[in-house]
Design a protein around this ligand. Structure first.
Ligand SMILES: [Zn+2]
Length: 73
């Protein structure tokens, strides 16, 4: 089985994937910029590890909205 690799774009930490399963969770962003941006026709992709994500959201003036999932069994 091929072992793919994903890196956190912020700190460069490697996040290993084995058999299509991430060994650690991460924040992945794919943004397709549109006509009203200065990046029309560009798609930006990056990933962040959880530690870098936490640092990022700590810097927000308005905190992220957290919705807790309640398990329905
Ligand atoms: Zn990181």
């Amino acid at each position: 089985m091929a072992v793919e690799k994903i890196f956190c774009n912020v700190c460069g930490q490697e996040i290993e994937i084995k058999d299509g399963i991430l060994k650690k969770d991460l924040f992945e962003v794919t943004k397709e910029w549109g006509f009203f941006s200065n990046k029309d026709l560009e798609i930006h992709k990056f990933a962040m590890c959880e530690a870098c994500y936490d640092k990022l959201i700590e810097s927000f003036k308005i905190p992220v909205q957290i919705i807790r999932k309640t398990e329905i069994l």
